[in-house]
Ligand binder design. Structure first.
Ligand SMILES: Cc1cc2nc3c(=O)[nH]c(=O)nc-3n(C[C@H](O)[C@H](O)[C@H](O)COP(=O)(O)OP(=O)(O)OC[C@H]3O[C@@H](n4cnc5c(N)ncnc54)[C@H](O)[C@@H]3O)c2cc1C
Length: 455
């Protein structure tokens, strides 16, 4: 697995994770060393998922394929392995990889960069896992869009009032970026397409945001977070702060306030926990994250660097406080890791990580958003434009930028698309008479009282 350069064995570098941390670190390292390393990047998907644009993919503003950047195109000089690393042996300098067909491989390394990101932060609530859907992957977000449209289709012909309530109540848990943006974008999408569903009244829709913290969007200043809360309330969205879900039973949800909700839709966006892979490192963790020094080297594991959502990274620009789990921070850390690993190979000098926070942006549906860019705070349309521009510039590869810009233009000029494509990714069996050839896709959980008449 090693390559050579003019007869010299190249140093083997393995990068685990092809997201903001891993892919950008690999790119920086290859640039600084001018390709004088044998770099393998292992990732569960063959693309970098540009998560900040997921809510816009979920509401149909962007084609799903355009929010991912294939690693082979982003890193033409790296060896890309699509697979899951389930164990890292720091002493033997080996990473154990499971390939999509179940075959396992061992990769050897001289330097290891760990950036497997995070997994949904799950709280043990009875019934939660049977009902909730997350927002971390493209599959979940596209499922969510199709699910919401499927519910509108059902509600349009549903005579029973209680069932209509279940179909038209949408509950989101988690008031961070992911939950707020996802809810706001989907609510705006539904408002936009409601004219195609004449039997559904706007007043029947109940969008609910549940969050345990005293206020939503802890990443933003009080003023901007309050602005977002006011905007959501004005749009008729209920924001239930200091509230948790206590019990889930089918479509029945019980909140900590005692309120009971009936909903076919429960979206779980209550933060991220570090990837379980970090436990295999055998180093003491810091609040489950991998502790690293100011140059992002893993404490207690020589020649291993860690970054992104899986690591606790001190930021010298913020008095050594650990960075929050954001794409902005992961990308900045990646540049520093790339340079520091190159320095360990004789290319340049390793330096401390410091990143003065550049601010934050969030979109809340077409024409609405908030942005905090240094001392400048923006709201509404201007913020929405700023957020879109910010994301566009941050997208890797020119071709992805063009595709996303074209999607946005199309969205603004043409009517919304309401095709319900839930059957994608679920091809029917050849002998499934109801589905084969018709494109019919049943709701994942059919209603127990199926069979009543359409009004
Ligand atoms: C819906 C949503 C919206 C967001 N919006 C914003 C925003 O507006 N601004 C912002 O700054 N941040 C935002 N974030 C957060 C941001 O996406 C993350 O902080 C960032 O992606 C972290 O980068 P990472 O490299 O650590 O992890 P990721 O980007 O998640 O990458 C991890 C990679 O590792 C791979 N992987 C995982 N486990 C393994 C394994 N065992 N073996 C091999 N590969 C593995 C994954 O497939 C993935 O490619 C958002 C997140 C979500 C979910």
């Amino acid at each position: 697995m090693s390559a050579s350069n003019h007869g010299h064995e190249l140093t083997k570098v393995v990068v685990v994770g092809g997201g903001f941390g891993g892919a950008y670190a690999a790119r920086q390292l290859l640039r600084r060393t001018r390709g004088a390393v044998d770099l393998t990047i292992v990732s569960a998907t063959n693309y970098l998922l540009f998560a900040p644009l997921l809510p816009e993919a979920a509401c149909g503003a962007i084609e799903p394929r355009h929010v991912v950047v294939p690693l082979r195109q982003m890193l033409p000089h790296a060896r890309v392995v699509t697979g899951v690393v389930d164990q890292v042996d720091v002493h033997a300098r080996q990473a154990h990889v499971v390939l999509p067909d179940g075959v396992t491989r061992t990769l050897e390394w001289d330097r290891l960069i760990l950036a497997p990101g995070g997994v949904p932060n799950i709280i043990p609530i009875p019934g939660l896992l049977d009902r909730a859907v997350g927002v971390k992957s493209l599959a979940e977000c596209i499922w969510l869009r199709n699910h919401v449209i499927a519910l509108l289709e059902l509600a349009e012909s549903e005579p029973d009032e209680q069932r209509r309530r279940e179909l038209l109540t949408f509950v989101f848990v988690g008031g961070g970026y992911a939950g707020v943006e996802m809810l706001a974008e989907l609510e705006a999408m539904v408002k936009r397409i409601l004219r195609y569903y004449p039997r559904i009244e706007r007043a029947e829709l109940d969008w609910v945001l549940v969050d345990a913290a005293p206020r939503i969007l802890g990443e933003l200043t009080d003023t901007l977070a309050q602005y977002v809360t006011d905007r959501l309330l004005r749009r008729g969205i209920r924001v239930l702060s200091r509230t948790t879900i206590e019990h889930v039973d089918g479509t029945q949800l019980r909140l900590s306030t005692g309120e009971r909700l009936q909903s076919e839709t429960l979206v779980w966006a209550a933060g991220v926990a570090p990837s379980p892979l970090v436990k295999t490192l055998g180093v003491p963790l810091e609040r489950n994250r991998v502790p690293v020094d100011e140059q992002l080297r893993v404490l207690g594991a020589p020649n291993v660097w860690a970054l992104g959502d899986c690591a606790s990274v001190p930021n010298a620009a913020e008095g050594g406080r650990p960075c929050p789990p954001t794409a902005q921070h992961a990308q900045r850390q990646a540049k520093r890791v790339g340079l520091n690993v190159a320095a360990s190979l004789g290319f340049g000098v390793a330096k401390t990580f410091r990143h003065p926070n550049r601010g934050a942006v969030a979109t809340l549906g077409v024409g609405d958003g908030v942005a905090q860019l240094g001392p400048i705070k923006l709201r509404g349309k201007v913020a929405w434009f700023a957020a879109r521009g910010y994301h566009l510039l941050a997208l890797p590869t020119f071709s992805r930028r063009v595709r996303v810009a074209l999607d946005w233009t199309t969205q603004l000029l043409l009517p919304a698309d309401i095709g319900q494509l839930g059957q994608l990714g679920h091809p029917p069996r050849l002998d499934d008479a109801a589905a084969a050839g018709t494109g019919f896709h049943a709701l994942d959980r059919p209603h127990p009282h199926a069979g009543s008449r359409i009004s």
